[in-house]
Design a protein around this ligand. Structure first.
Ligand code: RB5
Length: 149
């Protein structure tokens, strides 16, 4: 699976480690940050768009978006069509969000969680698969209709 990963300056401390962890798990980590260094004046919605575009065009199946709290990242990402993003700072939500809700963008707050918990969250998310159960598909279809009106 190809996973797009992006971070603003608040999320930068986790960016490289998350990319490495995704690679260790046997997946292709696609870093979307154009620069290889922290950009103190950057804006998290721009990284949400970079990840959303890759998912929308089928270049990546999932994303991980990191900001300071993870809140702005999830607010921005959920504005994009086809994106089901959630801020997860517990491992249950990080895998159950995929299994039940087909979450395709995990949001993390680098000012809230430490590196070890962040990597556990990444592992829980990446190793999870959508269950495909009818009740979950029904709910996702209702969400899809919310998007298109
Ligand atoms: C950036 O300073 C910070 O506001 C951002 O990373 C994020 O925490 C927003 O939710």
């Amino acid at each position: 699976m190809r996973i797009a990963i992006g971070a603003d300056h608040g999320g930068w401390p986790l960016y490289r480690s998350v990319i490495e962890e995704v690679g260790r798990l046997g997946h292709d980590a696609v870093g979307v940050n154009p620069q290889e260094s922290i950009q103190p004046g950057d804006d998290y919605p721009d990284y949400a768009v970079l990840i959303g575009e890759r998912i929308e065009r089928g270049d990546c199946e999932r994303g991980i978006l990191i900001c300071g709290s993870g809140v702005g990242a999830s607010v921005a990402a959920n504005k994009l069509v086809g994106i089901r993003a959630a801020l997860c700072h517990d491992t249950y939500s990080a895998h159950q969000g995929v299994e039940h809700d087909n979450m395709n963008v995990l949001c993390l707050g680098a000012r809230v969680v430490g590196i070890e918990l962040a990597l556990e969250l990444v592992r829980a998310y990446v190793n999870a698969n959508f269950s495909g159960e009818e009740r979950h598909k029904r709910r996702l279809e209702k969400i899809r209709k919310l998007e298109t009106g």
